[in-house]
Design a protein around this ligand. Sequence first.
Ligand SMILES: *[C@@H]1O[C@H](CO)[C@@H](O)[C@H](O)[C@H]1NC(C)=O
Ligand SMILES: *[C@@H]1O[C@H](CO)[C@@H](O)[C@H](O)[C@H]1NC(C)=O
Ligand SMILES: *[C@@H]1O[C@H](CO)[C@@H](O)[C@H](O)[C@H]1NC(C)=O
Ligand SMILES: *[C@@H]1O[C@H](CO)[C@@H](O)[C@H](O)[C@H]1NC(C)=O
Ligand SMILES: *[C@@H]1O[C@H](CO)[C@@H](O)[C@H](O)[C@H]1NC(C)=O
Length: 508
Amino acid sequence: MNEDVYELPEGTEYRYLVQDEGEEQIQYVRRHYVNPLLVLSRKCIILITCIVVALLTLAGYLAYVAKSSPPEETEVETECGWLRGRLKDGAYSFKGIPYAEPPVGKRRWRPPEDLVEAGACWKDMYDATRFRSVCAQVQPMRKNGKVMGQEDCLHLSVWTPSLHPVEPLPVMVWIHGGYLHMLSGQESGYCPTEELAHHTQMVYVSLNYRLNAFGFMALEVLREGSHTNTSGNYGFMDQIQALKWVQRNIHHFGGDARKVTIFGQSSGGTSVWTLMMSPLAKGLFHCAIDMSGSYVYNASLESAETDNLEFLTRTGCKDAICLRRLSISQVLQQYPSWAGDDLLDLPVKGTFAGPVAIVDGYVLQAPPFEIWENHGTYNDVPFLVGTTEQEADFHPPYENISTWTWGDYQWFVKKKLSTFGENMTNQALKLYDSSAPCPTSDRCPERLYTTMISDIRVTCPNHDLAKRAAASKLLQLVPLPQPLLLPSSRQPGLLQRSRNYSWDPLTS
Ligand SMILES: *[C@@H]1O[C@H](CO)[C@@H](O)[C@H](O)[C@H]1NC(C)=O
Ligand SMILES: *[C@@H]1O[C@H](CO)[C@@H](O)[C@H](O)[C@H]1NC(C)=O
Ligand SMILES: *[C@@H]1O[C@H](CO)[C@@H](O)[C@H](O)[C@H]1NC(C)=O
Ligand SMILES: *[C@@H]1O[C@H](CO)[C@@H](O)[C@H](O)[C@H]1NC(C)=O
Ligand SMILES: *[C@@H]1O[C@H](CO)[C@@H](O)[C@H](O)[C@H]1NC(C)=O
């Protein structure tokens, strides 16, 4: 019962007072004696609680307001008008800045047009506090993939630790990968950040460029009447246009236009190769870093135009006017997926890897490595080559690969590589057998399979490049110290033209 007292509603206490007797009563009386105070203090407590709750609420609200209020905003004037960006985590960001006329309508499949020259600058403050649309693409890169993005996508973003540094800061221009078919310069986890700019005290630029059909369609009907007398490689021209923007504008963001490094991964690395070899990009950058790029592509304009006739047939179009009227989905769905969806798997002999990046005679005069070996005209800048570790690990080639046994592993290796002959399969299985080091206790067959893919597709070709370049004295092969920007490198080969490795060339 004693326990019950506290449980009872206030109105019943008096009843207990008169009814209870003996020890119980004394106890109760004592309680009763205490109770008025308790009741009083309860009121106080309620009052105090109310005040505390009110204060806490107020404090919480203030904290919330402080946290959710927009970060400090800032404004910068560029050649094309004012931008509003913001300061966060020790660096300013300016996102979604247009660097060319939107390549839509009659501008589809034409070189990018300069905003200033086109008289297309803006008068009001441009809101550069958010990213704009990614370029039109299909994700995942399969027949049943989803069409996403817009053609109006030629935007770049800038992250800078200081708008008015004592000395202008080095500039790093990031070129994203994705087979020249997908992704963007604004992928979370795959683009620069405020933290990176703050930590390295450099200015970062990341850009979108036209992709797949919109970025790389080579067709005779598109070449005819073009002032370059070429077609295709529009995505590369966009990159060059963005580099021109950097030259003319980066000083507004604290950057030094004389210290520009381009760096890209996968097809971003392929882009770096193209820019190094392109006369159109001459003088627009001063250092280059290729991560996991490809330097081997040699499809000619004519052969690409012929291959892409398949696209023209599928659309039912006869001329460029008709082609430029197609919707984004029509274009992307009729475009043969030349880059293939098997690039994350072991190769199969004879699989057609078709014309995406091409030797068009305008952006590129000859296959990149050929230009390089022949000491042709290109941007002779300090150059760093490497690969990311486990390149093929970002998307599993098979849904069930994580459950593979060693038997499954061998079956798939044989299935793919036997197209190159039995010797190749046997050698591969001997080099990559179940005794290979595995950093985890499970999924080792999966790990070894994707290691083999990474090596065949990326690591070995880059190693081969390094050796060939070193042999022809184009590069000096020196050991790679701890990689800085790359997540890690399984291929410790670092190349640089007649200089020892250091990050000096990037910053000096
Ligand atoms: C345009 O290019 C084609 C194919 O390379 C060539 O045959 C033609 O002569 C060129 N036309 C002009 C006007 O340069
Ligand atoms: C491209 O390179 C491959 C491999 O080196 C070669 O077999 C092919 O003939 C080349 N094609 C052209 C058009 O040069
Ligand atoms: C895994 O998937 C592949 C096709 O993607 C199939 O051929 C194979 O039999 C599957 N293996 C298992 C163990 O389910
Ligand atoms: C296959 O390998 C064996 C020994 O490893 C070699 O003697 C033979 O010539 C190879 N065959 C081919 C077609 O390369
Ligand atoms: C490269 O480094 C080595 C050892 O650190 C040094 O002896 C050599 O002179 C350096 N070479 C150049 C070209 O700087």
